[in-house]
Design a protein around this ligand. Structure first.
Ligand code: BTX
Length: 325
């Protein structure tokens, strides 16, 4: 698998010209037969690779979805995403990332798959993924943060994803507290932040992100009909999901560095600018089933939602699902 990945990586890096079998075998220190065998395997997997007798190989196109080589080629981050754990199919990237974090995976490790069969949302919800058309990924971080600050990373992630979506598609998305990314009330992205801690400090934060990129509108049926959408369903365009991941990682890294340096106050205005829920009358459904209603007046400097109840009393909301009409 290692050599095949390395060949794919070379093909991605040299997309503008042909790379001879001999050159590949020299660079990777393997036989030309091995190169030929791996190229044949890649072709069977759906990669279209042009082979010219005198010139060599050139990658024309890749199957739908993401792959490790595509994410790494041209990635502009300093650290995030430099280690990628990819496989075509996984139960849940979140589950895998939690295991890897337990085993000491370093900050910035990205777990990603094309087919997530048991995706998890918050509070035991299910997250739907369709093969090759949406992004399912989990990022492992090791910030030196007290536990109570970690929800801020969810808000930061929402800003980074919304900014990345805007950069690749031009769509201006809004954020519904704490973690939904909406375009005209349809959910395009889900974010799930989980952590491993020791006493009151964080050992690892795992940020799971699901993005409906090229998902067809028909796949949002039943409960999701009218509530979920995808970039493709909105614009009609087809997106390079590996590129979207690169743009996200770059943006996230910039904001994360700024956050570690200056704290949440440096991120708050970026979040508020995109906030969909502020100023609205909302219903807050808390874990455990308790429901509050009132007006969402803002978030405080820690990222906690401030709810003004009928009588004018202000309550802080740390974790909940919110809705409005
Ligand atoms: P959440 O609890 O805020 O949202 C889950 C709810 O969203 C579901 O109950 C359902 O109503 C709706 N939903 C389910 N699938 C979709 C979808 N594809 N698009 C729009 N709405 C949907 C959000 O939880 C957090 C989701 C994180 C998913 C990522 S994917 C990579 C990583 N691995 C993993 O198992 N989870 C995370």
């Amino acid at each position: 698998k290692g050599t095949k990945n390395a060949i794919l990586r070379l093909l991605y890096e040299n997309r503008s010209h042909y790379l001879s079998g001999e050159k590949i075998s020299q660079l990777l220190d393997c036989s030309r037969t091995a190169v030929w065998k791996h190229i044949r395997e890649l072709t069977a997997e759906g990669y279209i690779i042009e082979a010219l007798q005198k010139s060599g190989y050139r990658l024309i196109s890749a199957p739908d979805g993401v792959n490790e080589a595509a994410i790494l080629t041209g990635l502009e981050t300093k650290q995030l995403g430099h280690t990628i754990i990819f496989s075509e199919r996984m139960d849940s990237t979140q589950k895998k990332a939690l295991e890897l974090a337990d085993d000491g995976a370093e900050e910035g490790t990205l777990v990603v798959t094309n087919e997530q069969v048991a995706g998890r949302g918050r509070l035991g919800h299910h997250w739907q993924s369709t093969r090759g058309t949406n992004i399912s990924m989990s990022l492992i971080l090791r910030p030196r943060l007290p536990i109570e600050k970690t929800p801020q990373l969810t808000l930061l992630t929402a800003v980074a994803v919304a900014d990345a979506i805007e950069e690749v598609s031009g769509l201006y998305c809004r954020i519904k507290w704490p973690n939904d990314i909406l375009y005209e009330n349809a959910k395009l992205v889900g974010i799930l932040t989980e952590l491993q801690a020791e006493s009151s400090f964080v050992k690892a934060v795992i940020i799971g992100i699901g993005i409906n990129g090229n998902t067809s509108p028909e796949s949002f049926s039943g409960e999701l009909a009218g509530k979920a959408s995808s970039l493709r369903a909105i614009t009609g365009d087809h997106y390079d999901l590996s590129h979207l991941i690169q743009v996200f990682l770059k943006r996230f890294e910039t904001l994360y560095d700024r956050y570690l340096d200056k704290g949440f106050l440096a991120i708050k205005p970026l979040w508020v600018r995109r906030a969909a829920s502020l100023g609205k009358k909302i219903k807050v459904r808390q874990p455990g089933g308790h429901v509050l209603s009132g007006k969402a007046i803002g978030i405080n400097d820690d990222g906690v939602l401030l709810l003004e109840k009928e009588q004018g009393e202000i309550t802080r909301v740390y974790s909940a699902d919110i809705e409005w009409n």
